[in-house]
Design a protein around this ligand. Structure first.
Ligand code: NAD
Ligand code: MG
Length: 389
């Protein structure tokens, strides 16, 4: 790598965003934080901007604009606010790559606009592909834009596929830790609290994805993400529970040979690889020690006590707008669970009701997806309020 890559970090104040800044902090020779985008944590955004001196920052929450501007104006850093500004900032000529690390549907519009402006994407925001995978991948194809996966499982598959361009994939195995409630049954799950659900055994992540990991919805979203990233048929994607989170995923080729990618659970590695592909650059991240993990184990996922995984497979198989419904219903369900409005198991009940009640659209346009997301959220919210009564 010659010139430093200028990266726009969308979601810079979150778990992925701050780890991406760690990667940049240690490699100023290779990377520049060109743009920083956050939601409402003005203090952290300001602190990051003072350290990394980006060209511009955007804060989604417009009420925080003045606070951010007051500090950064003197530093010659441009300051913008609002959702539209996030969508537009990715067009900036000086951006070489966009790290999409906003959580949820809110990250979709900026990814679409970045692709339209031919910016390579380091993709953490899996919901983008779950909601509108057909449109996003088609646009990427038309604009010759690469989507580099940041999700550890997808980065693993991507790494296993290096040098295998002409070889057919028989299937892939996405590994899942099983989350904090692995092995538990519904009788136990119906009473779990958000504090229990927020304690992931292997990863420290944002609250939404942590709840998704506990309910196995995260793996369901990842199955759909994999379908679009690697052009796979649903029957080519399998999930295997691997509680140690060392084997990050596996590709099985048409001759039966399997390639896996391994490493300690540390998101900085897939973030760095997405930034540097096809190169690898040296770092000082902790290394794996076999003696710390004398056993790596594998087991079937439990789709009975964790229905979300099956719901995601079903939504993928049905196609059309169903994954968009699944995602919107899940975002509302997770929010309601985090606000103690509904119980852990009621999240899947709510999602299932949305999947059966929302009308099916076979070949949605972008506007159809926007409408479907809006309507599903409204319906899911009404369901969560009823349950809360
Ligand atoms: P997080 O909640 O820690 O951070 C989310 C970021 O998005 C924050 O910077 C927040 O300010 C910003 N944001 C939220 N809503 C916004 C909005 N409406 N407009 C603009 N910005 C907004 O989440 P995270 O754990 O960093 O996850 C980010 C994405 O990466 C998710 O899609 C998640 O599924 C994916 N991902 C995360 C991990 C992980 O280890 N954390 C691993 C794989 C994939
Ligand atoms: Mg993952």
């Amino acid at each position: 790598m010659n010139k430093p890559k200028r990266i726009a970090i969308l979601g810079c104040t979150g778990s992925i965003g701050t780890q991406a800044l760690d990667v940049i902090r240690k490699n100023h020779k290779h990377f520049v934080a060109e743009v920083l985008v956050g939601n409402s944590n003005a203090e952290l955004l300001i602190q990051q901007a003072l350290e990394f001196k980006p060209n511009a920052v955007v804060i989604a929450d417009e009420s925080k604009y003045q606070q951010v501007k007051d500090v950064l104006f003197a530093e010659d850093i441009k300051v913008y606010a609002g959702a539209k500004a996030i969508e537009q900032i990715v067009e900036m000529e000086t951006i070489d790559m966009v790290l999409a690390a906003i959580v949820g549907y809110a990250g979709l519009a900026s990814v679409i606009n970045a692709i339209k402006h031919k910016k390579p994407i380091a993709l953490a925001n899996k919901e983008t592909l779950v909601v509108a995978g057909d449109i996003v991948t088609q646009l990427a194809y038309e604009n010759a834009v690469n989507l580099y996966p940041v999700d550890s499982e997808h980065s693993a598959i991507f790494q296993c596929l290096a040098g295998e361009l002409d070889n057919s994939i028989e299937k892939i195995y996405l590994t899942a830790s099983g989350g904090p409630f692995r092995g538990k049954e519904k009788g136990f799950l119906q009473n779990v609290t958000k504090e229990q659900a927020l304690k992931h055994p292997n990863w420290v992540m944002g609250s939404k994805i942590t709840i998704d990991s506990a309910s196995l919805m995260n793996k369901g979203l990842e199955v759909i993400e994999a379908k679009w990233l690697f052009s796979l048929k649903p029957e080519q994607i399998d999930v295997i529970v691997h509680p140690q989170s060392i084997v990050h995923s596996i590709v099985q080729f048409n001759d039966g040979s399997m390639k896996a990618q391994m490493g300690l659970p540390d998101m900085k590695l897939p973030i760095q690889y997405a930034f540097t592909f096809p190169e690898r650059i040296k770092n000082d991240f902790p290394r794996f020690n076999f003696l710390d993990y004398p056993q790596l184990s594998f087991e079937q996922p439990d789709k009975v006590n964790f229905p979300n995984l099956q719901l995601a497979f079903d939504a993928m198989a049905k196609g059309g707008n169903m994954p968009c419904v699944l995602n919107a219903a899940n975002e509302i369900a997770v929010e309601a669970f985090l606000q103690d409005k509904i119980g852990f198991l009621e999240m899947s009940d709510l999602i299932e009701t949305c999947l059966t009640k929302m009308s099916f659209v076979q070949k949605p346009t972008y506007d159809d997806y926007i409408l479907c997301d809006k309507e599903t959220r409204a319906f899911a919210k009404s369901l969560s309020l009823k349950k809360a009564l």
